[in-house]
Design a protein. Sequence first.
Lengths: 271, 310
Amino acid sequence: MTAAASTVALRRSARPLPFRLARAELLKVRKRRGLVATAVLLTVAAVVILEVAMELFHLSNPVKYSAAGGGDHFRRAMFLLSQLGSVAAALVGASLGADDVSAGVFRDLVATGRSRAALFAARIPGGLAMVWPLTAAAFTIACLFTVGLAGGKPTPDTTLFVESGLWVELAVGLAFALGLGLGSVISSRAQTVSILFGWIVIVEPLLTRVTALAAGREWLLSAGVDRLAPAGILPARDRVPMSLGVAVAVTVAWALVPLAAGLWRTRTRDA
Amino acid sequence: MELALETRGLTKRFGDRLAVDGVDLQVPRGSAFGYLGPNGAGKTTLIRMLLGLTRATAGEMRVLGRPVPAERAEALRRVGAIVEEPRFHDHLTGRENLRIVAAAREPQAHARIDGALQRVGLAARADERVRSYSQGMRQRLGVARCLLADPELLILDEPTNGLDPAGIQEFRLFVRQLVAEGRTVLLSSHLLSEVERICDAVAIVDRGRVVAQGPIADLSARESRSVLVGTDDPERARTLLTALGEVARVHADGDGLRVVLGPNGSLERAAAEINRLLVRSGLAVHRLEPQRASLEQTFLEITSRLEDAT
């Protein structure tokens, strides 16, 4: 072993267990080229493509199309990022939840004597360490376009920028938790992704619009998340009517229930 | 005798089927111990219980002196294991796969990665994706993963599966090296000759039950000393020999008889006694062949006897 390698090994040894486990989880996902490419495409690339396309439209016909920046385009970018970012986060969560079992490595991790709860818990920071920075990068790009290409249009204030950033991170964090929990229960990435994709992209948006469900719509994840969106991003008329307290309760439930189910399955399954 | 592994009445039931049936196992420290049985005998299930991968239905286990599952984490701290075929994240390199498991072990495990790769001869290809590894390389990487624990006990489940003859030979030497370092190796296998060559002691398991256990030399000597006899009147010879003191049983073997001896006395002296008895009784003896059976013959004898009894 070289002196440099030895120093690296010693430095890794000195880190506390939760940090080491989370880092190992991050390693698993960041080395999946297809997954990383998809996540980048759905976050950073999606925002860049949207903004560049808008600007090109504007340049080609300034009368018909306004500049790519400004408050109205910022709202559009945030909506896109919350939707596609959630899909990316669900993919990462599903991968972390299912990969150890489907690869047959879970039993080797359990055989180290490490508690199953610790192995499961490490997936949360490990996955968020990939999902949140990607979303933050996409958000930053959206902010830069918003201000830089405003072309005289009004831009959001600092408060709205900050609130929007936190809200988008909340939305993708919830989708990650959902993917992780379901992936840990099902142990199949493909099945988990299919179910979540169908739920996030098709079923929830449809159910949100079914007014006949009345208060039942309050229990949808997107209803809770939308209610917590800054007013400057999503006006009240576009949301399912519900109190802030119910929105917080629904959001917390959508985070905790899948994670609890995933933890339970991880602790009880035959490895 | 200090034990690396001990089970008492260990039982695992899947519905109506008993996979492991009241197993009492004693594995001495610093030995290579074979857990030998045909496919489906419950070997892997026992290993999975020892490692906490599945729960026991009944019974007690102690690993490196600590009760499992009560002190499982501490018990497994110095245990390395390969269960069935070694599996990995194929999209990661060999080294990265070891980093994943090292993270779950004690802090010093990271510093052992390079040494473990070196020891199994994978250092040069450690940074290639496991997807490109041969079966033999995966097997070696599995052993390297075990070494991250600096193990006092290695549990290897059918470790030579998929290895070529050179790989098997290398693996045997490797296990003996580990034992020479004072480590204990529990090796489960259905390959009888393999266990006989590598291990010091063995437990023979059949249908979830341990049917014989002890040092290989003792087991072979105790169970499988026999004399092959050829005479002109096998039926009469059988009657005569069954009454002989040292004889455990007599059964037909091809054209002749196999005279299985009891646990005591010399094999050569018993052969002479058999010859004397048959000649004095007026029978012509044309074959007299003392045999010490391999463990494989003992194993087949034990399991076939059990089948006869059921």
